[in-house]
Design a protein around this ligand. Sequence first.
Ligand code: NDP
Length: 248
Amino acid sequence: MNYKFNNKTVVITGASRGIGKDIAIHFANLNANIVLISRNIADLKNLESQLKSKSNKIKSLQLDVSSLDDFMKATKSIEKKFGSIDVLINNAGITKDNLILRLKESDWDSVINVNLKGCFNGIKAVSKYMLKQKTGKIINISSIIGLSGNIGQANYAASKAGIIGLTKSAAKELGSRNIQVNAIAPGYIETEMTDQLKAETKTNFINKIPLNKFGKVSDVSNLVLFLASNNSNYITGQTITIDGGLTI
Ligand code: NDP
């Protein structure tokens, strides 16, 4: 597909590793202006220097997405540097797994604050600019766990299911100004997050996946590119599953 992101500003949260890092590499290859966000600035600077040869307009921002105030300040500085905010990818996410009976209140709160409130904060912060521009694309990274639930992941499942409702509401609120808001629900993708799984657990999952393997980060990035491009202009409020057929 022919993607054009020249002079488009793409903001990616959780860009320092895993899925977010791969998304950043894909947009850098297409010469977009890129804003990398995570809590660890050293990791972002590292990626920034790797990407410099592909795209010369990169900004790294140390930001905890769970702070609305910080997100609002960050978007102000992004607009000042690049003049527009065209794409937001709300990708930052964490897990703090335990059975409900053992799940600490603080672990419930932090997962909801980063995964769900972080998405709300991002949407609230960028929509101010996108509404003025009368154009924009917002892509929220949910999970198949938000569709199916999972033992030991009540906090994560609730946050990811919440993202789906948030996506639909934002799509309805922002649609008349030509802003599309969609979610992606990945299944098991090879990253540091899934590296934590025991070998036996991984084999059990793979046996249940019709395509018989975990996905690659680039599988998710390719879908992100499509949803961020003009090729998807009539798609909004949707959650697109990318899971090798696991949930069929
Ligand atoms: P990783 O753990 O590899 O990366 C998570 C990223 O989020 C890091 O860049 C991390 O950087 C950043 N991050 C975490 N907390 C915050 C915060 N409070 N503020 C800003 N940035 C933060 O995760 P993956 O790449 O595997 O996952 C990316 C997204 O995809 C997540 O939302 C995850 O839930 C979702 N997903 C992943 C699946 C998988 O199989 N891997 C399956 C389904 C969904 P730092 O720690 O420096 O802040």
